[in-house]
Write a protein that binds this ligand. Structure first.
Ligand SMILES: *Cc1c(COP(=O)(O)O)cnc(C)c1O
Length: 381
């Protein structure tokens, strides 16, 4: 089956008791057993729930994986993945990383004796240099947030295989429509479902997809033991959202291209970070592992003044100033004062995250209106 067909049909069967074409919201904590142990595959909703089961199967199919597991948030999914490890183990991670991931690694799991190394992943040698006999996992985010750098998943997977390490990829920015890390050699793919998969800024959820049965069993054990599971209503909302994922991603990518080109030609813009540009330093890798380039764009202003960036964001009407991304509506954010405020200015600026850097999550509105909104706001500075 092709992607759009899977988005609509994978994991979905008419309800056997009524014929309801939509998976019901099984708002139940427990399930009646005929005799002890004689049940229909469901005992308690932390362990299994039919609405969640349908969603897990659907997301697994979209990632070309065998096993899917959903969690109460993207962070709960990351939490489960790191809990595959033991005290003393080491992880090598991309350095340009989602702030919450950096926080759980350094402020939570480091206390439990797991060590994290953060390296830029454009050179395999930089990763290889950190591998020792305690290294167990490589953590990759691509495209990175907010600098939109691309990590070559195939290459890193080759190294992980050679050294016997697990490779986990946070695929939130790309979505399974644009990129399938398992097909490129990753062992674990993780999503903040909150973003593009749910797609309507109304749910917080996470997901993991794997192919290996033992890994799936260990993650299901953690999912049930630690208990960070999503409720059935949220699973229903995500099942509904995913049915249009392919259409939304096509439009996000198309609008992303239009807005990126508009910004690149604008006299007040210094630099635009979008992997679809042929002069993006990782464009070739992006084109080889992604089907399109998506709607996430970062850019800086000439003169790099904080006041100009603030004025621009205050004057945007269709791009709402808010955290998060991946919804149907366009958002703008300011990494230096919002998501990445905890990183010292000197560290931020080393990776290009300067005071005027603005991140856009380009929505699926009409591109002409988005362009006009941006043009009007630019006139205010
Ligand atoms: C939002 C996000 C997360 C965390 O997910 P939540 O659903 O907010 O817990 C992890 N990684 C990336 C890339 C994200 O954008």
């Amino acid at each position: 089956m092709k992607f759009g067909t899977k988005a609509i049909h994978a994991g979905i069967k008419p309800d056997p008791s009524t014929g309801a074409i939509m998976t019901p919201i099984f708002q139940t904590s427990t399930y009646v057993q005929r005799s002890p142990g004689d049940h229909q595959g469901y005992e308690y909703s932390r362990t299994q729930n039919p609405t969640r089961a349908a969603l897990q199967e659907n997301i697994a199919a979209l990632e070309n994986g065998k096993f899917g597991l959903c969690f109460s948030s993207g962070m709960a999914a990351i939490d489960a993945i790191v809990k595959l490890l033991n005290p003393g183990d080491e992880v090598i991670s991309t350095s340009d990383l989602y702030g919450g991931t950096y926080r759980i690694f350094t402020k939570v799991f480091q206390r439990f004796g797991i060590k994290f190394h953060f390296v830029p992943m454009d050179e395999l040698d930089l990763i290889a240099a950190k591998v020792n006999d305690k290294t167990k996992m490589i953590w990759v985010e691509t495209p990175t947030n907010p600098m939109m750098q691309i990590v070559d998943i195939r290459k890193v997977a080759g190294l992980a295989k050679e050294k016997g390490l697990l490779l986990a990829v946070d695929n939130t920015f790309a979505t399974p429509f644009l990129q399938n890390p398992l097909d490129l050699g990753a062992d674990i793919v993780m999503h903040s479902v909150t973003k593009y998969l749910a797609g309507h800024s109304d749910v917080v959820m996470g997901a993991i997809v794997v192919n290996d049965a033992k890994l799936a069993e260990d993650l299901a054990f953690l999912q049930n033991s630690c208990g960070g599971v999503p409720g059935p209503q949220d699973c229903f909302l995500v099942l509904r959202g995913i049915k249009t994922l392919h259409l939304r991603m096509e439009r996000h990518s198309q609008n992303g291209k239009t807005i990126a080109a508009f910004l690149k030609n604008h006299p007040k813009v210094e630099k635009v970070f979008w992997p679809g540009f042929e002069d993006h330093p990782n464009h070739r890798i992006a084109a080889s592992q992604m089907r399109d380039f998506g709607g996430m764009i970062s850019f800086t202003l000439k003169g790099d003044k904080l006041a100009d960036a603030i004025k621009l964001m205050e004057n945007l009407k269709l791009f709402s100033l808010a955290e998060s991304l991946g919804g149907v509506e366009s958002l703008c954010g300011h990494p230096a004062t919002m998501t990445h405020a905890s990183i010292p200015k000197s560290e931020r600026e080393k990776v290009g995250l300067t005071d005027s850097l603005i991140r856009l999550s380009v929505g699926i509105e009409d591109a002409e209106d988005l362009k006009n909104d941006m043009a009007t706001a630019m006139n205010a500075i």
